[in-house]
Design a protein around this ligand. Structure first.
Ligand code: TRP
Length: 461
């Protein structure tokens, strides 16, 4: 037990967990989801769900991990018996599958960073064509995502303090600084205010079932909840640390970066008269045009800076995703950290190949017959993240309520924060864990599954 590793202190944990949270989800996914789902209305629901459901769930995960001081599987097993251990394994599987496609998109970001800064991307006559040709280029994708996975593995194998914590402590402040500089620039562009009002003035007629569940899925994904990443990180936290305030800081940091990315991207998009509802290609297709308009040198610097930012954000997240299965094999099977890390990185990379080849390179993966002709990347991301994370969160709250006990969760949270005892916050958190989370997440999990495979609108008519 002694040498499992642990964070050096409060800052180390916050930076690593915020690093896990802040990622492609904030900078790539959040703006395009918001752009497709009515801008401000989406933002509002997203913030509401985060306070109502996600913060309590985050506390639950960290408390479970710190109490049991083990990986996701070991923690559930120790606190709840062998059968609950399967919930941990479910989370580990989700982590593996999420990393498999996440690394592909991270590879695009890495490739774009190089192509913009040092290549000729900005001179290309059509960025839409460039992107669709880029994502089917086998060798580029293979090499860049392999590099990304290798860098991830290299940091993870160095361990909790020297690898994960050290990397996050450098990259998170760097990310914040690049982001702020880019926003200052974007706000000075002509017509920036149209982007701001799209983003900040809600149009409630845009809200429907899909807006709400996209916001829910986005919130879970963005905060790295529902699959045991924070159980694993929680297991490296010292007993005297105040989990309540750390989790609040992590949540606020994650929301701020998502919020700020919107503030960066929508003024850019509107200043060029582009559509905010571009979908997943938003940052890859719309932004290069904007960088190009900044002139050859400035465009390279700002554009390169943006994609470098995306790489930093993605890297602190891939680290956390890889750490979850690594911790499992190291804790449970007593494998060495080094060989486990390389082995898993290799396997997960291979598992990502269908997603990598699903953007038109290989027809079989680009149009799955059993998934309404959609791509393998859509399939993996929707099944293992949009569906599985809210479901995992739901099952975790059931675990706390029916097996471990909310009083035990509270006990764990008292350590490091005596004032939590009998506070209003404690009553609220317990109420949310007991009723709000299981009910809302349960209902949504079922509806999301129906929607993904059959379409909820068909059901309602
Ligand atoms: N939260 C990260 C993002 O927003 C992705 C991520 C990292 C993640 N670890 C996770 C998502 C664990 C779900 C579960 O990009």
């Amino acid at each position: 037990m002694a040498n499992r590793g642990n964070f050096s202190g409060r800052l180390g944990f916050i930076m690593a967990a915020a690093g896990s949270a802040v990622g492609l989800g904030n900078i790539w996914k959040f703006p395009y989801e918001a752009g497709q789902n009515g801008g401000a209305a989406f933002l509002l629901i997203y913030i509401l769900l985060t306070f109502l459901l996600c913060y309590p769930i985050m506390l639950g995960e960290i408390a479970i991990g710190r109490k049991a001081a083990s990986d996701a599987y070991g923690s559930y097993k120790q606190l709840g018996g062998k059968n609950w251990g399967y919930l941990g394994l479910y989370g580990i599987l989700c982590g593996i599958m999420i990393l498999s496609f996440y690394n592909v998109v991270a590879g695009w970001a890495f490739g774009y960073f190089l192509e913009i800064s040092f290549g000729n991307l900005l001179d290309h006559p059509n960025y839409g064509t460039f992107f669709s040709e880029y994502v089917i280029d086998f060798w580029d994708n293979l090499i860049f995502s392999a590099c990304f996975m290798a860098i991830t593995a290299f940091i993870v194998l160095k361990g909790v303090q020297k690898g994960i914590e050290a990397a996050s402590k450098i990259m998170m402040p760097a990310l914040f600084s690049i982001l702020i500089l880019l926003i200052i620039y974007s706000l000075t562009l002509p017509n920036a205010s149209a982007g701001i009002s799209f983003y900040l003035l809600p149009d409630f007629s845009k809200i429907n079932f899909q807006t709400v569940y996209s916001a829910l899925g986005q919130a879970f994904f963005s905060l790295s909840l529902g699959m045991g990443a924070l159980i694993t990180y929680g297991s490296y936290v010292n007993k005297n640390q105040n989990i309540l305030s750390s989790a609040a800081t992590i949540t606020v940091m994650d929301m701020s970066v998502a919020f700020l990315s919107g503030l960066l991207i929508f003024p850019l998009v509107f200043s060029q008269g582009q559509s905010p509802a571009e979908g997943p290609a938003l940052v890859f297709v719309v932004l290069p045009g904007i960088f190009n308009s900044m002139g050859p040198i400035f465009g390279r610097v700002i554009g390169g800076g943006f994609f470098l930012l995306l790489c930093f954000a993605a890297l602190t997240s891939t680290i956390s995703l890889l750490e979850v299965p690594v911790a499992y094999f190291v804790d449970q099977k007593k494998w060495s950290r080094k060989s486990t890390t390389w082995l898993l990185a290799g396997i997960i990379f291979i598992l990502g190949l269908p997603s990598m080849l699903s953007q038109g390179a290989v027809k079989m993966f680009s149009s799955l017959p059993f998934y309404q002709g959609r791509s393998a990347l859509d399939f993996v991301s929707e099944v293992f993240s949009d569906i599985s994370l809210p479901l995992g969160g739901c099952l975790m709250t059931i675990f706390i309520v029916r097996r471990w006990g909310t009083h035990n969760m509270s006990e764990e949270l008292y350590q490091g924060n005596e004032t939590y005892k009998n506070s209003l916050l404690e009553k609220y958190i317990n109420f949310s864990i007991r009723y709000i989370c299981p009910v809302i997440l349960g209902i949504f999990s079922i509806l999301i599954i129906i929607d993904k495979f059959y379409g909820v609108d068909k059901l309602m008519n």
